[in-house]
Design a binder for this molecule. Structure first.
Ligand SMILES: [Zn+2]
Ligand SMILES: [Zn+2]
Length: 359
């Protein structure tokens, strides 16, 4: 388990303790794998008592381990890519059933020497009949930072990667009335519901796990910038998810990134350093506030305590218009001053011969 980084930066002292704890937790996970079955409608409890690696202001001087693994409960793993490995610092989720496992997203880094994702996932996967449990890999959406690790799994046996384009997603999961309707994946004693949530990206889906009651929300809802591509579709997606969860337990909402600190301020775009991060988990209240946030959205920017709505294209266009207006103003002032200067110069040149005649 040398790849596991339990929030350690030096791999010594307390980090060793965390590493040992991690080994024990994974061993327990493996031993309990076929024994733990959800026996009631109550979600299986888990722990989010974890300090995520914060990256570094100078990643070269302070090298970070690329991948952190947190055992939420024996069959649910949360993986976080270090902000030093890629500023997107994606969260990935591995859910284990009794017949197969599901990996949600493969993150922002393709190179296995920099991000040994497939190696780690294989270490975490339990055995069944002396073989690794089959693995299905699906994506919250097809932005590259959620699927760059796909090629690491390409040649592995018993691994199926769902292509990230919309047609493939619809066909694979059997969506017939996209973006309406729900699809399901049965992992064996563990059902995952997929809800279409276009708006950030046309292919976006969120995953509801009926074992833990967690909604894995990707870039649809997270403590960070909710980048809006289609506000109307996003609003409808928010209403759809609220409606879906009305009658279901919801323990946590876990997204694809963490971009706010505890004071609610966003880290600068592209930052490899995330000191004092906001908790990853959001609540039902954050979700139910989302449709209302869209109803009052001005098309550019809106602030909620735990997330920011922003339309990068609209903001770019507005910035372009302001920059264009400023440029026109500067050109007009320069032209005005130039003409004024020329008028004065002409007047002066007429005055000089008159002065010469009178002197
Ligand atoms: Zn995205
Ligand atoms: Zn993303």
């Amino acid at each position: 388990m040398k790849w596991i980084n339990y929030a350690d930066r030096t791999a010594s002292g307390p980090s060793l303790y965390f590493c040992l704890l991690g080994r024990v937790a994974i061993a327990v996970a493996a031993s309990m794998f076929f024994a733990t079955k959800q026996t009631s409608a109550q979600p299986v409890p888990g722990s989010l008592d974890v300090q995520w690696g914060e990256g570094a202001s100078d990643c070269t001087a302070n090298p970070q381990r690329p991948l952190q693994v947190h055992v939420y409960e024996p069959q649910t793993f949360i993986l976080r890519q270090s902000p030093c490995a890629n500023f997107e610092a994606n969260f990935l989720y591995l859910l284990i059933g009794s017949d197969k496992a599901l990996l949600i997203d493969t993150g922002a880094v393709a190179d296995p020497t920099k991000m040994p994702l497939a190696k780690m996932i294989l270490e975490l996967l339990p055995n069944k009949e002396s073989k690794k449990l089959p693995l299905l890999i699906a994506h919250t959406h097809s932005h590259l930072d959620h699927r760059a690790g796909d090629p690491q799994f390409a040649s592995l046996p018993s691994v199926e990667v769902v292509p990230a384009d919309l047609e493939a997603v619809r066909a694979f999961f059997g969506f017939t009335g996209w973006p309406n309707g729900i699809a399901q994946v049965d992992l064996g004693g563990r059902t995952i519901d997929l809800i279409p949530t276009p708006g950030h990206h046309p292919t976006h889906v969120v995953f509801y796990d009926n074992r833990t009651g967690i909604l894995f929300s990707g870039d649809f809802l997270m403590p960070g910038r909710l980048l809006i591509d289609d506000a109307d579709a996003y609003h409808k997606s928010a209403l759809r998810v609220v409606e879906f969860l009305k009658t279901r337990p919801l323990t946590h909402i876990l997204g694809g990134h963490l971009e706010l600190n505890r004071a609610g301020q966003a880290y600068p775009f592209g930052s490899h350093y995330h000191p004092n991060e906001h908790p990853l988990e959001l609540t039902r209240e954050d979700l139910t506030a989302l449709p209302a946030a869209f109803e009052s959205f001005n098309g550019f920017y809106a602030r909620h305590p735990n997330y920011i709505l922003t339309n990068p294209i609209h903001n770019l266009v507005a910035l372009g218009i302001i920059a264009g207006a400023l440029l026109i103003l500067i050109l007009w002032v320069v032209r005005y001053l130039f003409r004024r200067f020329r008028r004065h110069a002409r007047a002066d040149s007429r005055l000089v011969p008159e002065r010469e005649q009178t002197s």
